[in-house]
Design a protein around this ligand. Structure first.
Ligand SMILES: Nc1nc2c([nH]c(=O)n2[C@H]2C[C@H](O)[C@@H](COP(=O)(O)OP(=O)(O)OP(=O)(O)O)O2)c(=O)[nH]1
Length: 321
């Protein structure tokens, strides 16, 4: 009878440490470890008596002599290597003490998150980079509540923001000329500011007879995600309301999911909202970045990051104030 070696399953704490300039800390795996010479985020195995955060704090101290002070879970992903099956618990660290030193003879550097200048990067980590580096703010259009008010809000919001964001064009109630006028304004604004536009799949159904081709990637509604529609079109992400849908979003190789509503919101009257703890529970197993939505404003981003959200999506709060 043939016997097969049983590969260990290891839980790994992975720290994506940001500096004030938005760069992240990369380490190069030292000689003697599997994949020596490959770049990775700092971290290491979670010991049996540790939480992931404790392991992360310990590894950053042992490897680089820095003390992680504040951070939050991002998402988890599994990968089968020849040497082990690993479950990577990615954490974002945005506050730490000390300046990194090489304590284990490893090279390290600060570089961008989507680092194309570092090579090679560990096989489980490299495909995650475009997902991690995508915008952390999504603004949703709302021209149907009033063209001028929405146009001004988006223009003001975009003139104040210095980082890339997503703008999702989502108009349930508009049709005909009003829909085209709103689309043209939003599309023009994204072109002018270089921001990435997404088109809600419900809105696309009303808009497509007026356009020659899909103008930007689709954002799927949960119903379209579940029905498997639009497989032949470029889809960036999807709205989801439960963990089953998060699994489908991952299986469809989407770049992100949007989960909510986290807080009570006028768009869903009478519903209490998930709350951050329930959001965290669902987002943890998602295997892809999850935006939080529902009654959120720019000042909620820290809470969002503490509770496993990649970022926040805002309907009426974007561009206010
Ligand atoms: N730290 C880290 N590990 C990663 C990343 N991507 C990835 O696939 N891994 C894998 C490689 C390894 O199989 C595993 C980490 O285990 P390790 O051997 O480096 O952990 P360790 O520092 O505790 O090692 P050891 O000294 O106890 O052997 O996770 C990443 O970006 N960062």
């Amino acid at each position: 009878m043939t016997t097969y070696p049983i590969k260990p399953r290891i839980d790994v704490a992975v720290a994506v440490v940001f500096n004030a300039g938005g760069q992240v800390l990369w380490g190069c795996r030292p000689e003697g470890k599997p994949y020596a010479g490959y770049w990775e985020f700092p971290g290491g195995k979670v010991e049996p008596d540790e939480t992931v955060w404790q392991a992360l704090v310990r590894e950053l101290k042992e490897e680089l002599d820095i003390t992680a002070l504040e951070g939050g879970p991002w998402f988890r992903i599994e990968h089968d290597y020849e040497h082990a099956n690993v479950r990577l618990h990615l954490y974002r660290v945005w506050r730490f003490e000390g300046s990194p030193k090489s304590l284990e003879n490893q090279r390290f550097t600060w570089a961008s998150l989507d680092s194309s200048d570092l090579s090679p990067i560990l096989p489980a980590t490299e495909p995650l980079l475009p997902k991690l580096a995508q915008p952390t703010v999504m603004a949703l259009s709302n021209y149907e509540a009033g063209f001028e008010a929405c146009a001004q809000r988006l223009e003001r919001g975009l003139s104040n923001i210095k980082t890339p964001i997503y703008i999702q064009f989502r108009e349930k109630a508009l049709s005909g000329n009003a829909l085209i006028q709103a689309f043209e304004h939003c599309y023009g604004l994204c072109q002018k500011t270089g921001q990435a536009m997404l088109l809600n799949s419900d809105t696309w159904l009303n808009l497509r007879e007026h356009l020659d081709a899909l103008p930007c990637p689709l954002h799927l509604t949960q119903a379209h995600l579940l029905s498997g529609q639009f497989q032949d079109l470029q889809c960036a992400g999807a709205s989801v309301h439960d963990t089953d849908s998060l699994r489908i979003a991952f299986d469809r190789s989407l770049t992100y999911a949007v989960l909510g509503a986290v807080k009570p919101t006028p768009s869903h009257p009478g519903q209490p909202g998930l709350g951050w703890e329930k959001f965290l529970e669902s987002a943890q197993g998602a295997r892809l970045p999850v935006f939080a939505i529902g009654g959120l404003a720019a000042e909620d981003i820290r809470d969002a990051h503490l509770h496993g959200a990649h970022g926040i999506a805002m309907l009426s709060q974007f561009g206010l104030g």
